[in-house]
Design a protein around this ligand. Structure first.
Ligand SMILES: Nc1ncnc2c1ncn2[C@@H]1O[C@H](COP(=O)(O)OP(=O)(O)O)[C@@H](O)[C@H]1O
Ligand SMILES: [Mg+2]
Length: 212
C-alpha cells in the first residue's frame, strides 16, 4: 500500500509554474523522507500540496489509494498534519493555542497530556500561561509541533521545523520527532539531518532532480 502517489503534478500561480510535472511515491514501509534543495525551489509548495492546503493545476495525488479531491479536507488534515516553516499560533497564551486541537474535537483540555508533550520539547509548565507574542521563534516552533502531534497524525509534514533552534534544542526536537509513530516527510537545510536521512529528495526550480 502506498501512502502517497503523485503523478505528473503541476502547480501554477497565474502564468508562473511553481511545480513542474512532479511524480513521487511514498510506500507505507518508509518511516521518513527528507527533502532539501535551494530556497525558492518549491519545497514548501510540495508539502502544502501533500497537506491539501495548496491546490494543483494538473496531475493526480492519491492518499492511501484515494484521490485527495474526494477526501474530506477536515478529516484529511487531522491525518496528515503540516507544520509550517513560519508557525502561526492562535489565541493569547500557549494554553489557548494547545487547547485548539481539543476544542475542534469537542474534547476537554487534557492538561497532563499537554504538560508532558511540552516537557518533551524542553518547555516547562510556566509556558502554559505565557503570551504567544512573547515567545521566541524556536519556542513558537516547538509549541506548534506539540499542537500538531497532540492527536497523533498518520503523516507529519515538517517544513524546516528545526531551522530556528540552537543545537541543544535541535537535538531535543529531533528526538521528539523520531519518537512519533507518524510517517515523517520533512524539509531541511541542516547538514546533519541530510546526512542521517533515510531517503533523500532534492527539489530545485520546481522539479525533483534527485531521488535516492
Ligand atoms: N502562494 C504563492 N503564490 C505565488 N507564488 C508562490 C506562492 N508560494 C510560493 N510561491 C513561489 O513559488 C516558488 C517556490 O516557493 P516555495 O515552495 O516556498 O520554495 P522553498 O520552500 O523551496 O523555498 C517561489 O518562487 C515562490 O516565490
Ligand atoms: Mg520553504
Amino acid at each position: 500500500m502506498k501512502i502517497f502517489e503523485m503523478r505528473h503534478l503541476t502547480v501554477r500561480d497565474g502564468e508562473k509554474e511553481i511545480l513542474h510535472d512532479l511524480s513521487f511515491d511514498l510506500d507505507e514501509n518508509v518511516e521518513s523522507i527528507t527533502i532539501t534543495g535551494p530556497s525558492g525551489g518549491g519545497k514548501s509548495t510540495f508539502l502544502k500540496v501533500l497537506s491539501s492546503l495548496q491546490d494543483f493545476a494538473s496531475g493526480e495525488l492519491l492518499y492511501k489509494g484515494k484521490s485527495l479531491r474526494e477526501l474530506d479536507p477536515v478529516q484529511y488534515r487531522r491525518e496528515v498534519s503540516y507544520c509550517f516553516q513560519q508557525p502561526v499560533l492562535f489565541g493569547e497564551t500557549v494554553r489557548d493555542c494547545l487547547n485548539f486541537p481539543f476544542e475542534i474535537r469537542k474534547l476537554p483540555f487534557d492538561e497532563a497530556k499537554v504538560l508532558e508533550r511540552l516537557s518533551e520539547v524542553n518547555l516547562s509548565e510556566d509556558f502554559m500561561t505565557q503570551g504567544i507574542s512573547k515567545l521566541s521563534g524556536g519556542e513558537k516552533q516547538r509549541v506548534a509541533l506539540v499542537r500538531n502531534i497532540l492527536f497523533a497524525p498518520s503523516v507529519l509534514l515538517l517544513d524546516e521545523v528545526t531551522s530556528g533552534l540552537d543545537s541543544e534544542n535541535k537535538a531535543i526536537v529531533r528526538e521528539f520527532i523520531q519518537k512519533q509513530k507518524a510517517v515523517i516527510v520533512e524539509v531541511t537545510h541542516d547538514a546533519a539531518e541530510i546526512e542521517q536521512a533515510q531517503h533523500l529528495l532534492y527539489i530545485e526550480e520546481g522539479r525533483m532532480v534527485k531521488h535516492e
